[in-house]
Structure formats: structure tokens, C-alpha cells
Design a protein around this ligand. Structure first.
Ligand code: HPA
Length: 253
């Protein structure tokens, strides 16, 4: 059966009525939550709440290594990460959904690699195209079939958080070439690459970033915009499960 890993972020802390769940222990500690299993069409969806179900783990304290390792142990080869982001450039207004093609990592102090000089051999993964696998194209094709407007491309700046940015910081990110700003795509994407998994991000713009916001950004605004978009995210995920990649089906029988 086809397996799809889904890491839900702000606005998507649970998938739905629980079918079954499995707790994993990893050499890196415990993941944010047990992995919840759902059967959708010809697929198993394996859902992991990045910030835990009660949204208690802030972006800089998420155990990204354990989360990715747990999905890997579960047999997942393709992972979709859902990210709430602020929109920096014009095209990425509130409510926009985007599948980025680039990122700049501004995070610090996170356990960002399995290559930490202990259990895992030293690896310098190739990362020029951080979202290069077939899942990225499948997400875009799903959105097109569902007639949902999803931007193909864009650069996401990944910042440390949990605070939002100053206006000057956003100016700098804009000058650096970023279209969106979020807090969780890294090190998630790189860790998945280290374990040979195909990772792609689906970003939902929840607010204008700090230098263009007419009013101070509030959590209410962020949650309201995410709530509006999350139905579309779910539709894309369900479509992916109902239309599994042929090669993935063949691989897993
Ligand atoms: N900045 C950083 N992360 C975010 C934002 C933002 O404006 N909105 C949602 N996640």
C-alpha cells in the first residue's frame, strides 16, 4: 500500500477522527506526537503533529530529528510538510498557497543533522534543490486537477522564531530573495533528505510579513486565514492518497 507522511503545522494539528496511532522511540528522543494512521483510498496517510496535538511545542523546540526518524521507521518515503508562513513579496498575499522551490535557512541552535559525529556517518547531502523529488510535482498536479490556485515556486526564508520579525528583518529577507517567511521548514527538509526521503513543503500564507502589514500581526489573523485555507490543504492531501504514484505503489506492493 502507498504511504504518505504528512507533517501538520499551525492550523493543522490533527487530521480527523482517529483511526489508529503508533508511538515511536528514536535514537534522537521522542517525536512531537504519536503517528496517526488513516486509510484513504489506496493509501495510508501517516499524520504527525509538528507542534503536538495541543500546539505546545514552539518551532525552535520541535525535535525535528525524532519526527523525521519516526516517519522513516514507519516506512514512509514521501513526506509533505505543511507550513504557515508570512508573505513577503506581492504574489504571496494572505490566503495564498504555494509549493516553494527554494529556501534560505536562518535558523540556529537546532539539531539540524543526523551527522552529529555519533551514530550516523558523516554525510554532506546535495541540497541545491531542496524540494526536488516527484512529490512536489504530484502536489502541483493535484492542485491543478482540483482547480485550486497554488503558486508553483518561491523562496521561503526559515527563521528561528518563535517571535515574528522586525520590519527591518523582513526588508533584509526580501533583499536576500525570499518570498515567504516561516519557522519550520528547516531542518525538517534537510533531515528528510539525509534519510533519503522525498520531502516537499506546502506553504499557506497566513499574514503579510512585518514590513507590509497595515496593522500589527495577531494570532487571530493568522488562525483565521489558516482556517480558511486548510480545507484546500486537506483536499490536496486526500487527492494524493486517492491517486498514489504508480512507482510508489509498485515499490510497496
Ligand atoms: N513570520 C514567520 N513565521 C510565520 C509568519 C510570519 O510572519 N506567519 C506565519 N508563520
Amino acid at each position: 500500500m502507498n504511504l504518505l507522511g504528512l507533517i501538520g503545522g499551525t492550523g493543522l494539528d490533527q487530521w480527523g477522527g482517529l483511526e489508529s496511532e503508533m508511538g515511536f522511540e528514536t535514537p534522537y528522543g521522542s517525536p512531537s506526537a504519536p503517528v496517526a494512521y488513516y486509510e484513504i483510498g489506496a493509501s495510508h496517510l501517516l499524520f504527525l503533529a509538528r507542534h503536538s496535538h495541543n500546539h505546545s511545542i514552539p518551532p525552535h523546540r520541535v525535535n525535528y530529528r525524532a519526527n523525521i526518524h519516526a516517519l522513516h521507521q514507519a516506512g514512509v518515503k514521501q513526506v509533505l510538510g505543511i507550513n504557515a508562513v508570512g508573505g513577503i513579496t506581492e504574489r504571496f498575499g494572505a490566503g495564498t498557497m504555494a509549493v516553494p522551490d527554494q529556501l534560505v535557512d536562518y535558523t540556529w541552535g537546532r539539531e539540524q543533522s543526523y551527522s552529529d559525529g555519533t551514530t550516523f556517518g558523516l554525510q554532506h547531502i546535495e541540497f541545491a534543490e531542496p524540494f526536488a523529488g516527484p512529490l512536489r510535482q504530484r502536489v502541483l498536479a493535484a492542485a491543478a486537477d482540483l482547480k485550486l490556485n497554488v503558486v508553483d515556486g518561491g523562496c521561503v526564508a526559515v527563521v528561528q522564531g518563535p517571535r515574528l520579525e522586525t520590519a527591518a528583518e523582513i526588508c533584509r529577507l526580501r533583499e536576500d530573495g525570499s518570498d515567504m517567511v516561516g519557522m519550520t521548514t528547516m531542518p525538517e527538509a534537510a533531515l528528510a533528505r539525509e534519510l533519503g526521503m522525498d520531502y516537499t513543503a506546502l506553504c499557506v500564507v497566513s499574514n503579510k510579513a512585518a514590513d507590509k502589514a497595515e496593522e500589527p500581526i495577531t494570532m487571530e489573523e493568522i488562525h483565521a486565514n489558516l482556517a480558511q485555507a486548510i480545507g484546500k490543504v486537506r483536499a490536496i492531501v486526500e487527492y494524493l492518497c486517492q491517486h498514489p504514484e504508480e512507482s510508489a505503489e509498485r515499490e510497496t506492493g
